[in-house]
Write a protein that binds this ligand. Structure first.
Ligand code: ATP
Length: 432
């Protein structure tokens, strides 16, 4: 499957659209439509469930997008968060110097070759002003990653949540980067969302925890339905490893445009808390009450983008097959992730009233679509294409036997079950 096929499915079915499309869009910004937002919420809920709710050593945070700008001086983003940029003197197109695609042709030169400038450093932080009058207002940054506030709030969270190392703080939220070349659909955007967890540990325990988090994250990626054959670890070599990092691995996914980073699991040593201690003058070390040992905790970070995760899930789920001489497109999304868990369908419009009642009852617990229009086979196909795992059909016999037909998306098998058993049937499967 190529990227264009996925993009047009996302566009036509209401997963993802270009932002401000009627004005021609804006590169690197996307809107998630009715199905996209349901799926996105499911991805975030699945992450939060595993990373926060199922653990007693990780707590959550929702920090502001704009922080005191000193944050970004201390983190090194103001000085170092640069990409090398080159411009074509002929067509004025701009590229990241390390990502110029040899197949990209210049529209303004005779031979199609770009006439590139020397690389210049380009800071990726997006800036804005805060304050009532433009002249006196402060320049601030839209956060380039969600984790910095986790470090700033480390002590407050630890004390108020009655935690002590080893423990973690997790956050889901928007991040912004003025990417030079946003591309590959939502893979590289200028506004995106991250799911990050920083785990604070005694320096001696850092490596063990790092390995444990690698395992946890790998299992989660499989649990939400990513195709294992399209996943691999990439260990940062000496040339990629940040000077402070003890070890770093990325999970790479085979997207329709090749293998690229999906998630990072990094052992960051004591770099973050130490930098903010030095820069703010506020001590972010920890003293163990039992041993009286004082130390700056080491940090193991797991960081994945919601948008890249969505793209990886859609890539893994997309399938086509021939059924009775007709092409069937099906998104094999897991019940936890699919935008709708079920579609409730009256076989005929005449059955709308009782079917509508069943849909309303199920909607109190699940994400449910209700569709009356078109032949039943066409309605099944429509649900297959958006990944709905179960179709519940109410027919003329339902009035008498109190049963409905449940059709499973992947096998297309149908079984008849009692109307009052549907809720239990669905909840068993969404938790599986
Ligand atoms: P890349 O090398 O692809 O630019 P990165 O190494 O800069 O990524 P990190 O800073 O480690 O990325 O960010 C953590 C995660 O946030 C990434 O693994 C990715 O899932 C997501 N992410 C980073 N930049 C973007 C972006 N521009 N658009 C969408 N998601 C992103």
């Amino acid at each position: 499957m190529d990227l264009d096929t996925l993009v047009s499915l996302c566009l036509n079915r209401g997963f993802i659209y270009p932002s401000s499309e009627i004005y021609g869009g804006i590169a690197g910004f996307w809107d998630y439509g009715p199905l996209g937002v349901e799926m996105r919420n499911n991805v975030k809920a699945a992450w939060w469930q595993t990373m926060v709710r199922e653990r007693d050593d990780v707590v959550g945070l929702d920090s502001s997008i704009i922080a005191n700008p000193e944050t970004w001086v201390a983190s090194g983003h103001v000085a170092n968060f640069h990409d090398p940029m080159v411009d074509c003197r002929a067509c004025k197109k701009r590229f990241r110097a390390d990502q110029v695609d040899p197949a990209d042709r210049c529209s303004a030169s005779d031979n199609g070759e770009h006439d590139l400038t020397e690389p210049r450093q380009f800071n990726l932080m997006l800036r804005t002003q805060v304050g009532p009058a433009e002249e006196s207002s402060a320049q601030v940054y839209l956060r380039a990653e969600t984790c910095q506030s986790i470090f700033l709030d480390f002590k407050r969270v630890m004390t108020s949540a009655r935690q002590k190392p080893p423990f973690g703080i997790a956050q889901i939220g928007k991040a912004f980067r003025n990417e030079i070349t946003p591309r590959f659909f939502v893979f590289r955007s200028r506004e995106f969302e991250q799911m990050e967890m920083e785990y604070f540990v005694h320096p001696d325990a850092g490596m063990d925890r790092f390995e444990a988090w690698r395992e946890t994250r790998w299992r989660w990626l499989l649990d939400v339905g990513l195709d294992e054959a399209r996943l691999r670890w990439h260990e940062h070599g000496a040339d990629e490893l940040a000077h402070y990092a003890r070890a770093a691995y990325d999970v790479e996914f085979e997207f329709p445009f090749g293998w690229h980073e999906l998630e990072g699991v990094h052992h960051r040593g004591d770099h973050d808390l130490r930098s903010h201690t030095e820069h703010s003058g506020k001590d972010l070390s920890y003293t163990d009450q039992e041993t009286k040992e004082r130390y700056t905790p080491h940090v193991v970070e797991t960081s994945i983008g919601v948008d890249r995760c969505m793209l990886a899930l859609l890539t893994s789920a997309y399938d086509t097959e021939e059924v009775k001489g007709e092409k069937r497109t099906v998104l094999r999304l897991s019940p936890r992730i699919a935008p709708y868990l079920a579609a409730v369908l009256p076989l005929s419009k005449k059955l709308s009233e009782p079917t509508g009642k069943l849909a309303a009852a199920l909607r109190r617990r699940f994400s449910v679509d209700y569709d009356v229009s078109g032949a039943i086979g066409r309605r099944y196909r429509r649900q297959d294409e958006i990944g709905t795992p179960f179709c519940v059909t109410y027919d003329f016999d339902s009035e008498d036997d109190g049963k409905v037909t449940v059709r499973e998306r992947d096998s297309m098998e149908q079984e008849r079950i009692a109307i009052d058993a549907v809720e239990g049937y669905l909840s068993e499967r969404v938790l599986a």
